[in-house]
Design a protein around this ligand. Structure first.
Ligand code: S3P
Length: 437
């Protein structure tokens, strides 16, 4: 589907509520499916990825019912039952494939995990290697899906991960739940900790200290879970509010877990007008409302090292934001962006260049040269010309980042493949229209 986006003639105003966090929604279904008892999950994501997880656990015999569009009731005795064909689709969802591998590796049955074309190109060695060290038996197509998992008894390990990846960490911790002895994961810097928080909330013996997490084999006890709004979805609105002239609005119910809120720190470093109101905790996760206002004089910044896992999914929209800040924004240590739903470095640079953003590809990131005053000083030049058709490479976050860029382009842009936004955020456009009424 091609989406045409025109420059906004008026500021964004009002108030919106950000829908459910994708990472937490996946975990709520997975962990409640292997917990004993009955629970209600409120504000479940309507994104296609989380529905892939939900359908997979239904296929594994878990009783999951929708009480309404976003409320689930899950009843489980804590065990999974193999389906007759043993094949489970993860759709487009890397989180589903990588976390579920950890759950299935220690079962007493065999399973095959499949994915769509994009997921089948993404690297799975990062989870196969540690699981094999735990005693798992997994075959793949040279480190790619489909993954054939022969259930085995697992043993705990101490694993120093080269990547700061919550998917890798969570996979090993979930395998550790069902292994003999304790399992420890050490990360180079801390990735999102939703798994640790939710497992603790459900009664698991799990301890975190700095970048290390230790888990002991435990049973999970079902408990109701309320899912907060997704900061990765809010990021598109934060950026739009900062760059569309005259905007001033409130984004309610946004998850603000410190391992996910790198975008807030970056906006502050850039001098963006952003304010957190009403900070509180829901089902173990921090949440609050964000007021964002148009900011004319944002400055560039450097984003690297431990910043990266705290905003990994926000880097495409940060590139758009950086085009409206004065100076050079440098993103480094983000090479894993090449392994997301698309090669997000190459695709972002190729497409944003088309609309006049000065962006340069680097092996492990990119450089955006934003507004400048020219040799003689004077007024900052901030115009994006637009007028082109952008390809989103089946990548939901690229599609939404391009949409936000389109709101400030001089000429209308077209985004090819805009329907991919449904992967994480089907409500995206409708929420924009509410702010621009
Ligand atoms: C996710 C972790 C991140 C992120 C992905 C969701 C998760 O991946 O990019 O969208 O839910 O654990 P990595 O941890 O592999 O970087």
């Amino acid at each position: 589907m091609i989406k045409n986006v025109k420059k906004l003639g008026a500021p964004l105003k009002g108030e919106i509520t950000i829908p459910s966090d994708k990472s937490i929604s996946h975990r709520a279904v997975m962990f409640s499916s292997i917990a004993q008892g009955e629970c209600i999950i409120r504000n479940f994501s309507s994104g296609a990825d989380c529905h892939s997880t939900l359908n997979l656990f239904k296929k594994l015999g878990v009783d999951i019912q929708f009480l309404d569009e976003k409320t689930l009731k899950i009843i489980s005795n804590g065990t999974l039952k193999p389906n007759i064909d043993s094949i489970y689709s993860c759709g487009n969802s890397g989180t589903t494939m990588r976390l579920v591998s950890g759950i299935l590796a220690g079962q007493n049955f065999d399973s095959v995990l499949t994915g769509d074309d994009s997921l089948s190109k993404r690297p799975m060695k990062r989870v196969i290697e540690p699981l094999v060290l735990m005693g798992a038996d997994i075959s793949s197509i040279d480190g790619h899906a489909p993954l054939t998992i022969h259930g085995r008894n697992l043993k705990g390990i101490v694993y120093s991960s080269k990547l700061a990846s919550a998917q890798v960490k969570s996979c090993i911790l979930l395998a550790g739940l069902n292994a003999e002895g304790q399992t420890k994961v050490i990360e180079p810097s801390l990735s999102r900790n939703h798994t640790e928080l939710m497992l603790k909330y459900l009664g698991v013996d799990i301890k975190s200290e700095n970048n290390e997490v230790t888990i002991k084999p435990s049973r999970l006890t079902a408990k109701n879970i309320d899912i907060v709004g997704d900061i990765s979805s809010a990021a598109f609105f934060i950026a739009a509010g900062l760059i569309v002239k005259g905007s001033d609005f409130v984004i309610k119910n946004t998850g603000l877990n410190p391992t996910r809120s790198g975008i807030i720190d970056v906006v502050r470093r850039m001098g963006g007008n952003i304010e957190i109101i009403n900070l509180h905790t829901v089902s173990g996760e921090e949440v609050g409302d964000i007021r964002v206002q148009y900011t004319e004089n944002m400055k560039s910044c450097c984003i690297e090292g431990a910043d990266i896992p705290r905003l990994i999914d926000e880097l495409p929209i940060i590139a758009v934001l950086a085009s409206q800040a004065e100076g050079e924004t440098i993103v480094k240590d983000a090479g894993d962006l090449r392994n997301k739903e698309s090669d997000r470095i190459k695709c972002l640079v190729r497409e944003l260049s088309k609309i006049g953003i000065n962006i340069e590809e680097r092996e492990d990131g990119f450089i955006v040269r934003g507004k400048s005053r020219g040799k003689l000083g004077g007024k900052l030049e901030d115009k994006l010309k637009g007028g082109s058709e952008l390809e989103c490479y089946h990548d939901h976050r690229l599609a939404m980042s391009f949409y936000v860029a389109g709101l400030i382009c001089e000429n209308e842009i077209a985004i090819n493949g805009f329907e991919w936004t449904k992967i994480s955020f089907p409500e995206f456009e409708e929420l924009f229209s509410r702010l621009s009424l």
